[in-house]
Design a protein around this ligand. Sequence first.
Ligand code: PMT
Length: 221
Amino acid sequence: QMSKQLSGKRILVTAAGTREPIDPVRYIGNRSSGKMGYAIAQAAAERGAEVILVSGPSGLPTPPGVSVRRVETALQMRDAVLAEFDTVDAVIKAAAVADYRPELAADHKIKKDGETLTVSLIKNPDILLELGQKKKQQILVGFAAETQELLLHARDKLIKKNLDLIIANDVTLPGAGFNVDTNIVKLIDKSGHVEELPQLSKQQIATIVIDKICAMLTKST
Ligand code: PMT
C-alpha cells in the first residue's frame, strides 16, 4: 500500500546545526532550525519506515514514531551516525554540520581582557564524505547549501561524496534555506538529471524526497 511503502526499512536522518564550543558558555553555530530535516523524518515515518533522527539542538518537537538521538557537536553527530550506518537502508543528511571547530574549548569562561580575541579553528570530519567511502547498499542523500554557483557546487558534492541524490539549496533566496517554513531546491541524481522544484513547504519537499528514496529502495531490492 502506498502509505506504508517503507515498512521494514530503516532510515537515518540528520537535522539542525551543530554547536562547536568556544568555552563553557559560548559556541560557534549556524542558522539551521531543523525544520527541513524534521519534515523528512516525519515523511519517512508516515511511510512506515523505522526512523532514527540524529539532531543538533532544535526547538522542534520529535515527530511521532521517530527515535531521536540528540547531539551538539559535529564529532558527536559523527559518532551517532556511524553507530547506525551499517544497519540502515538510507541516510538523508539535512543537518548543517560545522566545517570547523575551535581547536581548544577553554575550560573556563573567557574573560574580556584583550581588545581582540583570536579563536583558532580546525577542520571537522566530513561525515557524509566518510559515509560515501564506507557505503555498501545504502542510499545516500545529501544537501548542498550554497550562496553562489549552486549547480556546480552541488554536482561536485554529489560526486565527491559518492551520493545517490543531492538536494541543491540556494540559501540566498527569500523563502528558501535556513529557518523558514518553505524551501526552493533542485534535485540532482547520480546520472546528472536535474529536477527544479518551485517554492514549496518543507513538508512538500520532504514528501518528494521520500518518494524518490522509495523508488530507489524498491528498485535495488
Ligand atoms: O534546518 P532548517 O532551518 O530547516 O534549514 C535547512 C537547511 C538549509 C540547513 C538544509 O536545507 C540544508 O541545506 N542542509 C545542508 C546544510 C549544509 O551544511 O550544507 P553543506 O553544503 O555545507 O554540506 C553538504 C552536505 O554534507 C550536507 O548534507 C551536510 O549535512 C554534509 N556535511 C557537511 C559538513 C560536514 N562536516 N559533514 C557533513 O556530513
